[in-house]
Design a protein around this ligand. Structure first.
Ligand SMILES: Nc1ncnc2c1ncn2[C@@H]1O[C@H](COP(=O)(O)OP(=O)(O)OP(=O)(O)O)[C@@H](O)[C@H]1O
Ligand SMILES: [Mg+2]
Length: 215
């Protein structure tokens, strides 16, 4: 059940480079395109989402930085300023940030590349979300074209840890990489491309899931 009228999505994964920031900025921008007042809260000391926002200039979404201990207050203050869709980006290897983000969230997305080391890194996150009881979904990211078996093995491994799998998966797409480097999103760089289509499907699935959890 959403904790208020606004939505908070936490993006967590222990593994570096799994696609947290890519997912955060693409989703928040998709939400802004759907007329939400969206905001990315960047809790990563590397401040990658904030750097993306600097490259981007004045275009939405707003990106603010916050250390984990300030996350709750930062989200509250964003909501008071009219924000209704918050995406929390987190650093890798950071229990405090992941824990706080999961605590604040209505839904948790766990981007994961379908590779053995990445899958092994799911275990501590599985423990955190199972403890917090926040709805959480593994989002397979950067799935190579034709890697059906690899993706199936990844889904199986995640299920064995008690994690749900998001039915929308993101392929390995140059549009994600190229757009981020320019302060854009895949949907802006190539609106008819496959990456844009995947973000669109993910956005629609997210809305449906949140509606369902509202009852
Ligand atoms: N689906 C994808 N297809 C192609 N490239 C991708 C995809 N997802 C992410 N990338 C690229 O992989 C790199 C790492 O992605 P990103 O920065 O989003 O990961 P991260 O989990 O935020 O990393 P960190 O843990 O360091 O914060 C970036 O160069 C990004 O452009
Ligand atoms: Mg990142």
């Amino acid at each position: 059940m959403p904790k208020s009228n606004s939505i908070t999505v936490a993006i967590v994964s222990q593994k570096g480079g799994s696609g947290k920031t890519t997912l955060a900025v693409n989703l928040a921008t998709r939400a802004a395109a759907a007329k939400h007042e969206s905001c990315v809260v960047d809790t990563d000391p590397q401040a990658t989402a904030a750097a993306w926002s600097d490259w981007r200039g004045d275009f939405l979404p707003v990106v603010v930085t916050a250390p984990p201990a300030r996350l709750g207050r930062t989200i509250e203050s964003a909501k008071k300023n009219g924000v209704d869709f918050v995406v929390v980006d987190t650093p890798p290897h950071a229990d405090a940030a992941a824990r706080e983000a999961i605590k604040a969230a209505d839904i948790v997305l766990i981007p994961t590349r379908p590779r053995a080391f990445d899958l092994a890194a799911l275990e501590p996150i599985a423990d955190l979300v199972n403890y917090a009881k926040t709805p959480a979904y593994v989002v397979l990211n950067a799935v190579p074209t034709g890697a059906t078996k690899l993706a199936e093995d990844a889904r199986k491994a995640a299920r064995q840890m008690g994690l749900e799998i998001c039915p929308v998966e993101l392929g390995e797409r140059a549009d994600f990489h190229r757009s981020s480097a320019k302060g854009e999103t895949a949907s802006e760089l190539a609106p008819d491309g496959k990456a844009a289509g995947e973000i669109d499907m993910l956005w629609k699935w997210l809305n449906k899931s949140l509606k369902k959890s509202k009852g």
